[in-house]
Design a binder for this molecule. Structure first.
Ligand SMILES: [Zn+2]
Length: 633
């Protein structure tokens, strides 16, 4: 007879077997032990609490930090005909009341809660009446100040312990250093927990950190040499669009993905990538959740990410199927400064947080002592412009206020401006002929959005503006003009986010209560940036070993496939510059070539090849002609 957990797995998940550690974790939970599970992304964390919860009567409470994560999991459970529910922010008291009643009387198996919801009296009262079989704390690293995504409200989860002292608790995370693990156990007050840690070692993943002069060129070279599905991570939306354009022009089938792409379009692009119609996804870190494509062969970081945690998670999307895959990190001398500007310089101080919070309250005309649980449409860019605030810093402030439970800051991708073409392409071209001033804007829109003549299309005005260096106002003016000429219908919406106030406005008092978190969070952030910089610069230890050490794993062995390990082998295999020279001459006898063509056709290290070329040029064996090609003298 098969054991009950396996039966549940086969029945609802259609998986034949458990993955490593899952079964041990589940049996610890079924023994009513407090449990700590550290499984890398893709290790099947949720099964560890969902399977035992289904085996017992009663309901499982799941604490999760992100609305999107909750909704994703609830949807997955519902598709399996399992009754699950999430309590989103900003719903009316009466709705909340009904939903909670369902949990008590409606045979629900899973209730997903944010830690903020947990603080509400009505929620606590109802929780007391529920027959709870398990408390699962997902993304448990959020409880630690040293974690990547610290949320002070996670510290209040222990209230569940007080309401239901005998219910077992399981804490789950995909990313935690030793400090963070100890913090989690302490803060959640886990009783003699059974700790399960899966090693983060990835035998089939080669971490390659490379110093390159021309990143675009190196990128095409990597994609040329290593076939198969790929993700290129870039630092912002603008780079995603630009780099995708560049790669498309270079003959690679790519698209881009970032937070500003509307939901439907995201799904479309994601599916095309999944089905191999698109080979390369150029993305910001918004491309993350739920990616379980097994055969990603390369993940390329075009810039240094903000922390080892993010890097490890993103790079780890390569080679899920166990086949040899590579994670490249391309860097050059500008990266350190950029990292500093993007992540350190924009860390807000207490005064900035106070200022932005006050402006935010003013913006929505919230009076002192009021505003709790009110929902507001929010145009982020407009807000920054109104008060002349730096966008990156302001964004960080809003995120901080969100984490601390002062507001909920939800970025929306549905309420966007849209255009609907009412005429054919030739009419538009006629119009442009007579209004040449509007050409840049219209052409940028036509180039950015395909299928624009077929359907109503959501457009991202800030994105277009940044792409062509015009102001948003200029774009709106132009589109209004085209609307007046009956060429298109233009719907303009300035809100791209929603703000929900969770506590009454008390100006500086509100911020004083949370300011100690800010200092700690900023310190943690700086430490993280230092750690990733050190990782990129340390060329004396195996890259895999460096990562594992960061996550507290000792006694590791060299991986044999990272940039350190392969170069260690290379130094023993001497490359003869004479041989390179001969190969260059051989190629140039057939045809004049640029240095790029030569690099592409020869598989020697870039630096060495360029050095040989330079010497040959100096010795007048070759010269550069007016087309920038090398030719034999
Ligand atoms: Zn190695």
């Amino acid at each position: 007879m098969i054991n009950p957990p396996l039966k549940i797995l086969q029945q609802f998940w259609n998986h034949k077997n458990f993955r490593p550690l899952q079964e041990d974790i589940i049996s610890a939970v079924l023994d009513r032990e407090d449990t700590f599970a550290l499984l890398p992304t893709g290790g099947g964390k949720s099964i560890c609490f969902q399977v035992p919860a289904l085996l017992n009567k009663g309901i499982c409470i799941v604490i999760s930090p992100l609305v999107a994560l909750m909704q994703d999991q609830v949807k997955n459970l519902q598709q399996k005909n399992i009754k699950a529910i999430a309590l989103p922010s900003g719903i009316k008291y009466s709705e909340l009341d009904t939903l909670l009643d369902n949990c008590i009387y409606g045979n629900y198996k899973f209730l997903y809660l944010s830690p903020e919801r947990l603080q509400q009296d009505i929620v606590q009262e109802r929780l007391k009446k529920m027959d709870i079989n398990l408390i699962a704390v997902d993304e448990a690293h959020c409880i630690s100040q040293w974690g990547n995504d610290f949320r002070p409200s996670y510290k209040k989860i222990e209230i569940l312990r007080r309401i239901h002292p005998s219910v077992p608790m399981i804490a789950l995370t995909a990313s935690a250093t030793t400090d963070v693990v100890n913090d989690i156990i302490k803060e959640l007050d886990l009783f003699q927990p059974k700790v399960f840690k899966q090693s983060f070692f990835r035998a089939n993943l080669g971490y390659r950190v490379e110093d390159v002069i021309d990143k675009n060129y190196r990128l095409t070279q990597i994609l040329h040499t290593h076939s198969g599905s790929s993700i290129v991570y870039v630092r912002n939306r603008k780079s995603a669009v630009e780099l995708s354009d560049f790669l498309n022009a270079s003959g690679y089938v790519t698209t881009y993905y970032h937070g500003g792409v509307d939901r439907q379009e995201k799904t479309k692009r994601f599916n095309k990538w999944l089905n191999e119609e698109i080979r390369v996804m150029v993305a910001t870190n918004a491309f993350g959740m739920g990616i379980d494509k097994p055969n990603v062969r390369t993940v390329i970081h075009y810039t240094i990410p903000e922390s080892i945690e993010s890097y490890f998670q993103e790079a780890g999307r390569a080679g899920r199927d166990g086949v040899l895959s590579l994670a490249f990190l391309l860097k050059n001398k500008n990266d350190n400064q950029r990292l500093h500007n993007q992540f350190i310089k924009v860390l807000p101080n207490t005064d900035t947080v106070k200022l932005v919070y006050r402006k935010l309250c003013n913006y929505f005309r919230i009076s002192y002592g009021e505003g709790e649980q009110t929902v507001h449409d929010f145009g982020f860019n407009m807000f920054c412009k109104t008060y002349n605030l730096n966008t990156l810093t302001t964004y960080n402030v809003l995120q901080f206020l969100d984490r601390c439970g002062v507001i909920r800051f939800i970025q929306l991708f549905t309420k966007k401006s849209s255009i609907h073409m009412l005429s054919t392409g030739s009419h538009v071209l006629d119009f442009l002929e007579n209004n040449p001033k509007n050409q840049t804007i219209i052409k940028a829109i036509l180039r950015t959005y395909g299928g624009i003549f077929d359907d109503e299309v959501i457009i991202n005005i800030p994105l277009i503006a940044s792409k062509i260096g015009k102001s948003e106002k200029e774009i709106v003016t132009t589109l209004n003009k085209l609307q007046e000429a009956n060429l298109l219908e233009f719907k303009y919406s300035i809100s791209d986010a929603e703000v929900i106030f969770l506590v009454p406005r008390e100006d500086d008092h509100t911020i004083n209560r949370i300011k100690h978190h800010l200092v700690k969070q900023n310190t943690a952030k700086i430490k993280k940036v230092d750690a990733i910089l050190q990782y990129t610069e340390n060329n004396t230890v195996c890259k895999s070993t460096q990562l594992l050490l960061y996550f507290g794993e000792q006694d590791t062995k060299d991986c044999g496939i990272c940039s350190f390990c392969i170069n260690k082998d290379k130094t023993t295999k001497h490359i003869d510059p004479q041989k390179i020279q001969e190969d260059i001459i051989r190629l140039l006898k057939v045809k004049n070539l640029t240095s790029r063509d030569l690099l592409m056709q020869l598989s020697y290290p870039e630096k060495l090849t360029l050095k040989v070329l330079q010497e040959m040029n100096e010795r007048q064996i070759i010269k550069i002609n007016h087309d920038n090609n090398y030719q034999l003298v």
